[in-house]
Design a protein around this ligand. Structure first.
Ligand code: PAF
Length: 285
């Protein structure tokens, strides 16, 4: 069932609650791919009822980012959700979520602003305000759907850490379930932004997973010095790649590390054909 209206979602959820059913939310910006399908399948396994939200959230995009050209494929998304047995696709307009003109007048919206420590690194360093926009919309979705469980992909590792922090700090009664990254056979992590890449670009984009796999292999061979691990990346890069960051951090706290250990995640962001791609890997599973 496709719903665009907050009140309709609340009414539907209220009926489910009355019947004692558990509810799962998969928040998305649409352009659904196999990565999203894995979240939906996990939600179906875990919960009686599943809501998928499809909303390209204007307040998490910076002025020079790809909000206008972000792929919007609601018909396909709805069909895919139907095939997966999703109970409600919630696809509100920006006006429904934020009211008229909200995007231009941030001062009238109450934002959820995660701590500087978590946002002043990785994607947050170049995407000013991005995680304020993410946390604000995610908390709104939690308040609208009131799910027992919410499902997020590990590909956006910083997002999952920050959403967990918000949920703990603000006592939001939802359990966050992180699901593994889904990759093409080539190793490329699935992303809605892969649609922007040419065939050549897709080949160049393999550099992200290659760098990460190589770091993990070096770690497994006994190299733990983080600088030495990072240096192994440079031989993979050429002038088709604009590396934005490569970091090794504690996967729960995003603290930087000098020595890698069983808590370490390696994270990378790199532009290929101007498309900003991210990926990450745990050095131990
Ligand atoms: O990961 C995403 O697609 C978005 O950041 C989210 C969580 C749906 C919030 O808009």
């Amino acid at each position: 069932m496709l719903l665009n209206n907050i009140q309709e979602v609340r009414d539907e959820v209220r009926k489910w609650r009355k019947d004692g059913l558990t509810i799962g939310l998969v928040p998305t910006m649409g352009a659904l791919h196999a990565g999203h399908v894995s979240l939906i399948k996990k939600a179906k396994e875990t919960c009686d009822k599943v809501v998928v939200s499809v909303f390209v959230n204007p307040i998490q995009f910076g002025p020079s980012e790809d909000f206008d050209k972000y792929p919007r494929t609601l018909d396909n998304d709805t069909e895919l959700c139907d095939n997966e047995g999703v109970d409600v696709v919630f696809a509100p307009s920006a006006k429904e979520m934020y009211g008229e003109g909200q995007r231009l007048s941030n001062d009238v919206l109450t934002y959820v602003c995660p701590p500087f420590f978590y946002v002043n690194k990785l994607c947050g360093r170049t995407r000013t305000g991005h995680f304020d926009g993410v946390c604000t919309v995610v908390l709104k979705l939690f308040n609208i759907v009131q799910p027992d469980y919410a499902f997020f992909g590990q590909k956006d590792a910083q997002q999952v850490v920050i959403v967990n922090k918000m949920v703990n700090d603000l006592n939001v009664p939802v359990k966050i379930i992180q699901c593994p990254i889904v990759r093409e056979d080539s190793g490329l992590a699935l992303s809605s932004r892969n649609k922007y890449l040419s065939d050549e670009g897709k080949k160049d984009a393999l550099v992200l997973s290659r760098i990460l796999n190589n770091i993990k292999a070096c770690y497994k061979k006994g190299i733990t010095d983080v600088n030495a691990l990072k240096e192994t990346a440079y031989s993979f890069l050429n002038n088709h790649h604009e590396l934005e960051y490569l970091e090794l951090m504690n996967k729960y706290t995003l603290e930087e590390q000098e020595k890698a250990d069983n808590s370490t995640i390696a994270l990378i962001a790199c532009r290929v054909e101007g498309v900003r791609l991210i990926d990450n890997i745990y050095l131990e599973d």
